[in-house]
Design a protein around this ligand. Structure first.
Ligand code: SAH
Ligand code: SF4
Ligand code: F3S
Length: 483
C-alpha cells in the first residue's frame, strides 16, 4: 500500500575522482536506498541529483560546475528536485559552491557523508541550502580536526553493493604527506588508519555476501599502521596476512603506495601470499631530484630506483605502475627528460600522466610560479605517454601464447577486435577482466563467466589490452617467466 501512496524516490548520482569517491558513492547510495530511494540513470527522471566531486585538478572541478550549469533549467522547472554537491570539492569550495550554483540544495564534504539524508531533509523542510563540512586542517587541535572527518564505513551494508563479487575496503582515511601540489590533505583531513579487527570483520562480511576480490584503499596505503592500546602495531604486511586467512577471499589488491614505505616486509608478504595481487601502484611523480624536492615528496630518484630494484628482486612477477606530473613549477626540459629516463628504465606496466594544475590552498600555489606554458605541458604529457605506450606494447607482446588467470568483471567496454561477432546470437559476448598483475584481458565468453576466475590464452595485444580465448590448458599463475 505504502508503495502506491509513496512511490520510490529516484536518485541520480554522478561520481568523479579516485576509488575513495567510488566507495563513498556506494555508501551514500546504500544509505539512501534504506530511505526508499532507487537509482536512475536519467537525470530528467530524478527527484534527487547528487554529484560526488574531486578537486585534485581544475579539470575535475570544471566538469562538475558545467554539469551543475546544465541542470539549472531542470531545477527552475521542478524546484522540488534536490541537488547535492558531495565530496572533495564540497569541502574545498564550501559556500562558494552556492555562490557559483545557487540552485544547489546541499553541500557535504567527504568527512560528513553520513549526514546526507538529514541534510536533504533539512533543505526540503527549511527551504534553504544546507552545508556540512569538516574543520580545516588549522581550525583546531589535531584530535578535533580528525573527529570532524567522521568514519563512514561502519554503516556499510554488504547487501547494497554495486558489484556482487568485487569490493573496496578503506583501510586509511586522509593524508599527512602534504606534497606541495596536492589538495588531498586539506579536503580529506588527517591520516587515520582503521583498526585491523574492523577491517577484517568488514572484509569477512563482504566475502560472506559473495565478494571474491577486495581492493584495500588508502591515499598512501602502505603507510598503514595501527597501534593497539597494548602497543602492538599492525602494518600493511600484517593486515594482508590476516585477510589472507579469510576463506573464500580469492584476491587482495591494495592502492596507492608511497615509495618511502615500500618496505621489505611488505614485498615479502606480496611474494609469500598467493592470493595477493602482483600489482604495485607506486607513483614517482617525477624523475628529477630538484622537482621531487619542490614537490616535497621526501625521496630521491636514487631511492625510487633502489625501491624498483628491491621489487624486481623480491617479486619478479609484479607489475608496477606510476603517476607523473609534467610541467610542475620550474620543470625545465632537462628535468622533464629525467622523467622520461625513469619511465624507460622502470618499465612500468602503465603510467597515469597529469599536467600540473595549480590548486588554491597548496604550498606550491603559494611558493612557486606555474611557469610552464600549457602547450609545453601538453607536449610533455604526450611525449611521456608515447614512451610509456611503447613499453606497454613491448611488455604485453611477451604475453602472446601464454595462459593467464583472469577474474571476469563484465562485458567489455572497449570496442571488440572481432567486430564481425555479434553478441547474443550464440550466447557469446566480449567480456573483460584482469590478470593477477592487473592487465586488462578481453575475450569471448558467456554471462556465467562473470565473477569467476578463468584461464585465458592470449593471442593478440594492444598497448592497454590483452586479447585471448578461453583456455583448457593449465593456468600460468606465476607470471615470473614473463618478466
Ligand atoms: N595518494 C596518491 C595520489 C592521489 S592524487 C598518492 O600519493 O600516490 C592522484 C594523482 O594525481 C597523484 O599521484 C598526482 O600524480 C596527481 N596530482 C595530484 N595533485 C595534482 C595537481 N595539482 N596537478 C596535477 N596532478 C596532480
Ligand atoms: Fe597527495 Fe602526496 Fe598525499 Fe598522495 S601522498 S594524497 S600526492 S599529499
Ligand atoms: Fe579527488 Fe578527493 Fe580522490 S580530490 S583524487 S576525489 S581524494
Amino acid at each position: 500500500m505504502s508503495d502506491v501512496v509513496n512511490p520510490k524516490k529516484k536518485l541520480y548520482i554522478e561520481t568523479v575522482g579516485c576509488q575513495m569517491n567510488l566507495l563513498d558513492s556506494e555508501l551514500v547510495v546504500a544509505r539512501l536506498r534504506q530511505d526508499g530511494y532507487e537509482l536512475t540513470t536519467e537525470v530528467e527522471d530524478a527527484d534527487t541529483i547528487l554529484f560526488n566531486t574531486c578537486s585534485v585538478r581544475q579539470h575535475a572541478e570544471d566538469k562538475i560546475y558545467s554539469a551543475l550549469g546544465r541542470i539549472k533549467g531542470l531545477k527552475a522547472r521542478r524546484p522540488e528536485v534536490s541537488i547535492g554537491v558531495l565530496g572533495c570539492m564540497a569541502q574545498k569550495d564550501q559556500k562558494q559552491v552556492l555562490r557559483r550554483a545557487p540552485h544547489v540544495d546541499i553541500v557535504v564534504g567527504p568527512g560528513q557523508l553520513e549526514r546526507v539524508p538529514e541534510m536533504l531533509e533539512a533543505a526540503r523542510v527549511e527551504g534553504k541550502p544546507q552545508l556540512a563540512v569538516s574543520l580545516a586542517r588549522n581550525d583546531g587541535s589535531r584530535d578535533a580536526v580528525t573527529a570532524s572527518f567522521a568514519e563512514y564505513d561502519p554503516l556499510r551494508d554488504p547487501e547494497m553493493r554495486p558489484s556482487p563479487f568485487q569490493a573496496f575496503v578503506r583501510i586509511m582515511m586522509g593524508c599527512d604527506k602534504f606534497c606541495t601540489y596536492c589538495i588531498v590533505p586539506s579536503v580529506r583531513g588527517p591520516e587515520q588508519s582503521r583498526p585491523p579487527g574492523v577491517i577484517v570483520e568488514e572484509s569477512r562480511r563482504l566475502v560472506d555476501a559473495g565478494v571474491v576480490e577486495i581492493t584495500l584503499l588508502g591515499q598512501t596505503v602502505n603507510s598503514y599502521s595501527y597501534r593497539e592500546p597494548d602497543g602492538r602495531v599492525t602494518r600493511l604486511s600484517d593486515l594482508l596476512e590476516r585477510l589472507h586467512e579469510i576463506d573464500g577471499l580469492r584476491r587482495i589488491r591494495f592502492i596507492t603506495n608511497f615509495p618511502n614505505d615500500m618496505t621489505d616486509d611488505l614485498l615479502q608478504a606480496v611474494r609469500d601470499l598467493p592470493r595477493v595481487s602482483r600489482y604495485l601502484h607506486v607513483p614517482a611523480q617525477s624523475g628529477c631530484d630538484e622537482m621531487l624536492k619542490r614537490m616535497k615528496r621526501m625521496y630521491s630518484v636514487a631511492l625510487y630506483d633502489d625501491m624498483m630494484a628491491r621489487i624486481r628482486e623480491t617479486v619478479p612477477d609484479a607489475a608496477v605502475s606510476s603517476d607523473f606530473i609534467v610541467g610542475f613549477c620550474g620543470e625545465s626540459e632537462a628535468s622533464f627528460e629525467r622523467s622520461v629516463r625513469l619511465v624507460e628504465r622502470s618499465r612500468f606496466k602503465n603510467s597515469f600522466i597529469f599536467k600540473y594544475s595549480p590548486r588554491t590552498g597548496t604550498k606550491a600555489d603559494l611558493l612557486y610560479v606555474d611557469d610552464v606554458p600549457e602547450e609545453v605541458k601538453k607536449r610533455r604529457n604526450n611525449e611521456l605517454l608515447a614512451v610509456q605506450n611503447e613499453i606497454c606494447r613491448e611488455d604485453n607482446l611477451k604475453f602472446v601464447g601464454r595462459t593467464v588467470e583472469v577474474l571476469v568483471e563484465g562485458p567489455s567496454k572497449t570496442s571488440s577486435r572481432r567486430s564481425e561477432t555479434s553478441a547474443g546470437d550464440d550466447g557469446l559476448q566480449q567480456l573483460a577482466g584482469r590478470t593477477w598483475c592487473d592487465r586488462i584481458v578481453v575475450f569471448e565468453g558467456r554471462l556465467r563467466h562473470i565473477g569467476r576466475f578463468v584461464p585465458i590464452e592470449i593471442d593478440e595485444v594492444s598497448t592497454v589490452t590483452l586479447y585471448g580465448r578461453l583456455a583448457t590448458s593449465e593456468v600460468v599463475h606465476n607470471e615470473a617467466a614473463l618478466a
